[in-house]
Write a protein that binds this ligand. Structure first.
Ligand SMILES: [Fe+2]
Length: 328
């Protein structure tokens, strides 16, 4: 039986739900550019498979143009009870969902609550499995014990957000990246792991005054391709199909993942990576910090030195007047 007193290793990102009116654009992007498998989908949704799970990415018709929910895949009912008990102790109740609404997530049932930044977090133990062979422009995606890729988000509440993942899911800090400009630290990114994947959640915060430069709840969603050929071919397809590549292929110093970034039809970015490091707990060196986002590559096409546009700065200033949702 799972030791419910510490659930590290027993939770992973299972699925993401995106709200968008641009279903046809999302279909073209996900299937033709990113190479995902189009699963049977209703009129007002788009469902995508990356593996045996019936649904890994779900786009539902909604005006948000943002990620609206994530599914956290838990190992067992004991783990689920541990998580809901922690939430309850913090004053957060969960709502139980089953039937058609759960099937629309590709799970038998789930318990949901509103997490940091107003993102729905849906706890489930049992995915629906589809054994139909995958038909996709990619030899495969890496999921398994580490789950579906990772999320990266900017927050005005970095301390509370990190604590949230530590207290509810026993997240561990893998390492940090601290970026400086003009001799001053301007941004810190904390990489949180829930399992063998180097990070499932990356929490970015400006230093000094915390501002949020992004309209969307996440800056990017990462998926991990199986082979280097898959990564290169997806990059070429994104370019040939006219998608906006925001970072060329490069490598991060901490998870060593080779990756590129592209803007999705909803405005946030998707990172496709390959060969992300798997953490071995017994030999992992905690507390490391890096001072650059990339060891090579990850250039920003079409721009000389800055990745921040006027829109980002406007949103950043405006965010100062907006309270960021936190569940307690
Ligand atoms: Fe990433």
């Amino acid at each position: 039986m799972q030791n419910a007193s510490n659930i590290f290793g027993a939770a992973r990102l299972g699925y993401t739900v995106i709200g968008s009116e641009r279903l046809a654009e999302w279909r073209r992007f996900a299937v033709e550019a990113m190479g995902m498998h189009l699963a049977p989908s209703g009129d007002d949704e788009l469902a995508l498979r990356l593996d045996r799970h019936a649904r890994r990415l779900i786009v539902q018709r909604d005006s948000a143009e943002d990620i609206i929910a994530i599914g956290m895949h838990l190992d067992s009912d004991d783990v689920l009870q541990a998580v809901t008990a922690r939430l309850y102790a913090a004053g957060v109740s969960t709502q139980y969902v089953d039937g058609a609404a759960a099937a629309a997530r590709g799970v038998t049932d789930f318990h949901r609550f509103t997490g940091p930044k107003g993102m729905q977090i849906e706890l489930f133990t049992t995915p629906l499995i589809d054994e139909t062979p995958l038909d996709m422009r990619c030899s495969g995606f890496v999921t398994g014990a580490g789950g579906l890729g990772h999320l990266s988000l900017m927050t005005r509440e970095p301390g509370r957000t990190i604590e949230f993942w530590q207290e509810v899911f026993d997240a561990r800090v893998s390492d940090t990246i601290e970026l400086a400009a003009g001799g001053r630290e301007v941004m810190q990114v904390t990489f949180l792991r829930l399992n063998e994947r180097h990070h499932s959640i990356a929490v970015a915060a400006t230093q000094g005054i915390h501002i949020d430069l992004f309209r969307t709840r996440i800056q990017h969603l990462n998926v991990e391709a199986k082979t280097l050929d898959d990564l290169g071919a997806a990059y070429a397809r994104c370019r040939d199909l006219g998608y906006k590549l925001t970072r060329t292929i490069g490598q991060h110093p901490n998870d060593r993942e080779l990756s590129f970034y592209v803007t999705t039809p909803s405005g946030f970015e998707m990172e496709m990576g390959w060969d992300a490091l798997t953490v071995e707990e017994s030999t992992w060196t905690a507390g490391l910090s890096y001072n650059q986002m990339s060891t090579w590559g990850h250039d920003i096409p079409g721009r000389l030195s800055t990745e921040l546009g006027v829109g980002h700065l406007y949103r950043g200033i405006r965010s100062l007047g907006q309270k960021e949702y936190f569940p307690w």
